[in-house]
Design a protein around this ligand. Structure first.
Ligand code: NAP
Length: 291
């Protein structure tokens, strides 16, 4: 029987744990943790992501602020905003919502974020620390995937985990984390130049799909009883929905799910855990700044 890795329910539970901790801090006369977000321009998906992060911050009692900057802002002005946030002692962590407009060098902006406030875990310092197994801020989506597997007690040691995708924000870090001590998977990382992809995916005890292509993974590509983690998020038009769209993943769930032992639904799987991981990283940054 297929069981659900219910990210929505787990996110609620972890948020309640964070909210309890924040209540205790505030009751003891400490200020609440503060997460800030920088958004450049008015991309619809980015605005939704930032709004969700803001809402979740408020739900757990964090202070939240959003810096909305015009699409035409220069790289220098954006870097000045980053410096301002780096130096503000009342802000524990901040994120810069990606993607940035084409005239801005994304990596230069990420590199300017103080590693101590880099709650997205995107700076070279935090990525380096993660690879070395040192204390760091782990990128939110990979961290959320690890939390899901851990909290649901999924056996990982010695399992063959196939990760599809090698992006810096999902595929590469999740492959690294799941191969490390504690998870102890044997990891195969696939990308667009991988040959015979289906042969590899059919060997996976745990299949993590972060390919960015709607319903790409079909039943013939999955081993019976595999654990399936679908990271993909795509909005497709759907006139039957009030908002005019529905959200689907990188996996064709209608045919794949019944073959698996565990699956993450889309929506309600990895997505909610991504936001929760950001909150956990912010709380960690808060504690570090109060050490
Ligand atoms: P990305 O940067 O576009 O990376 C996609 C990866 O898939 C690349 O490494 C690419 O290979 C690989 N790929 C593309 N076509 C392939 C093929 N035919 N066979 C094998 N590999 C192929 O995407 P991303 O940022 O990692 O995101 C992946 C998905 O997760 C997207 O749908 C995104 O919206 C979603 N996402 C969800 C969350 C969440 O919170 N749930 C967070 C982040 C992202 P190359 O490197 O060779 O190009």
């Amino acid at each position: 029987m297929t069981e659900i890795l219910d990210g929505k329910a787990l996110a609620l539970q972890i948020k309640e744990e964070i909210a309890n901790e924040v209540r205790q801090l505030v009751a003891a006369d400490h200020r609440a943790p503060h997460l800030a977000a920088v958004i450049v321009g008015e991309d619809g998906a980015s605005m939704t992501y930032v709004a969700n992060k803001e809402k979740s911050s408020h739900e757990v009692g964090f202070t939240s602020s959003v810096y909305r900057l015009p699409e035409k802002i220069s790289e220098r002005e954006l870097l000045e905003t980053i410096q301002f946030l780096n130096n503000d002692p009342d802000i524990d962590g901040f994120i810069v919502q990606l993607p940035l407009p084409k005239h801005i060098n994304e990596q230069r902006v990420i590199n300017a974020i103080s590693p101590d406030k880099d709650v997205d875990g995107f700076t070279p310092v935090n990525i380096g620390r993660m690879v070395l197994g040192e204390d760091c801020f782990v990128p939110a989506t990979p961290m959320g995937i690890c939390t899901l597997l851990k909290r649901y007690g999924i056996e990982t040691a010695g399992k063959h985990c196939v990760v599809i995708g090698r992006s810096n924000i999902v595929g590469t870090p999740v492959a690294n984390l799941l191969s490390r001590k504690g998870f102890d998977c044997t990891v195969t990382m696939c990308h667009s130049r991988t040959r015979n992809l289906a042969e590899l995916t059919r060997q996976a005890d745990i299949l993590v799909v972060a390919i960015g292509k709607p319903e790409f993974i079909t039943a013939d590509m999955v081993k019976p009883d595999a654990v399936l983690v679908d990271v993909g998020i795509h909005r497709v038009p759907d006139a039957s929905k009030k908002n005019g769209y529905r959200v689907i993943g990188d996996v064709k769930h209608s045919e794949v799910d019944s073959k698996c032992s565990w699956v993450t639904p889309v929506p309600g799987g990895v997505g909610p855990l991504t936001i929760v991981s950001l909150l956990q990283n912010t709380l960690k940054a808060y504690h570090k700044s109060h050490e």
